[in-house]
Design a protein around this ligand. Structure first.
Ligand code: ATP
Length: 354
């Protein structure tokens, strides 16, 4: 089931939560709505679900306009941040719930419900919890049960609002990989809301970056990460260092360092801001022509990666660098040592000064 979102607007009083949203989400894809708090992600999800009415615009499932259809008639399944399992029901009863409350003529026979619930519990790898109560499960297990419950009614669209938001980092990371594998198996068109860029990059087929009720950019995670459309997306998708840059004839200059900027081939020099990710900087322990001379302020080892904070004493700028531990070791650098930096790559946005 594809989802079409056309010219959706929504205000709460005088506050405009969604400005003019247009999106096409292909059938079977897992899409992440990614953005900072208040950017309108949940509001958009609730409008797709039918829990909220847009002021104008429409929602299509396949080609059909379902904007006026009640939430119960849209065929959507939900998973929210707070599990919302029924405490007084067993896991089995929770997962079966959506089937048992169907009107009699649509309700499957008990044996069929039992078979389906057991299959779903196997799918979320929690078959052994059928007779337990939610309180006897971990947070991560409860979210997997919530997902099984949402899938029980065979939704055409699955909507997840920060489904792992309440869990600790390790469980969260496990569950996102698990969700990715599960989605590869069942291919139900899914939309999930997150403000965690790593989660979106890792899990989604498609990312929609939102800000202040607008879509800043959308595309595959790789495309959006490698080709951020604007400074907001660049900064939102990961750490970045900003340098003043002069651009002309397909080249940008950060100080005396020349880098390729093929998109700007103007004859006249223009000013801009160069965006350089921490892993796109080479570090040297001996002087290099044109390199930025820095003092190593902080060295942090995070597993196989070393993070450096380097101070450019001539400008006062703190530069963030990330490199593999093995590579860092060969440099034999220590805190307070002098080092030289050469950015390898930068993306320049014109018209901003530092
Ligand atoms: P978060 O990650 O914090 O949930 P979000 O991107 O999901 O943020 P929304 O929940 O969609 O953002 O909210 C967008 C804006 O609309 C927020 O500023 C919020 O305060 C406002 N808003 C949402 N629902 C209502 C409501 N029922 N009444 C008034 N304002 C609302």
């Amino acid at each position: 089931m594809s989802i079409g979102i056309e010219r959706i607007r929504k205000s709460f009083g005088s506050f405009v939560a969604l400005q003019d949203i247009n999106l096409q989400l292909p059938s079977g894809e897992l899409t992440a709505l990614l953005g900072p708090s208040g950017s309108g992600k949940t509001t958009l999800l609730r409008i797709i679900a039918g829990l909220e009415q847009a002021d104008s615009g429409l929602i299509r499932f396949n080609d059909e306009d379902i904007s006026q259809r009640h939430v119960a008639e849209r065929g959507v399944g939900f998973v929210f941040q707070h599990y919302a399992l029924f405490k007084h029901m067993t896991v089995f009863e929770n997962v079966a719930y959506g089937l048992t409350v169907k009107p009699k003529k649509y309700r499957p026979a008990n044996a069929e419900i039992a078979k389906k619930v057991h299959n779903l519990l196997e799918l979320v790898q929690l078959g052994w919890t059928a007779d337990r109560y939610p309180a006897q499960l971990s947070g991560g297990q409860r979210q997997r049960i919530a997902l099984a419950r949402a899938l029980a009614v065979e939704p055409k669209v699955l909507l997840l609002d920060e489904p792992f938001g309440a869990l600790d980092a390790k469980v969260r990371a496990e569950l996102r990989r698990w969700l990715r594998r599960l989605h590869d198996e069942i291919h139900v068109t899914s939309v999930f809301v997150t403000h965690d860029q790593e989660e979106a990059l890792e899990v989604a087929d498609r990312i929609v970056v939102m800000n202040k009720g607008r879509i800043e950019q959308q595309g595959t995670p790789e495309h959006v990460y490698d080709n951020p459309a604007n400074p907001f997306v660049y900064e939102f998708l990961g750490n970045v260092n900003l340098f003043h840059a002069r651009v002309k004839q397909g080249q940008s200059q950060i100080g005396n360092i020349a880098l390729a900027s093929p998109e700007y081939n103007n004859q006249d020099e223009q000013q801009g801001l160069a965006y350089v990710r921490p892993h796109e900087i080479d570090v040297f322990s001996a002087p290099q022509a044109d390199a930025i001379k820095v003092k190593l302020d902080l060295i942090t080892i995070v597993g196989p990666v070393v993070r450096l904070e380097a101070l450019d004493e001539s400008t006062g700028q703190l530069i963030h660098i990330e490199l593999p531990k093995e590579q860092f070791k060969t440099l034999q650098l220590q805190q307070a040592d002098t080092a030289w930096l050469l950015p390898r790559y930068s993306k320049v946005f014109l018209g901003e000064g530092i």
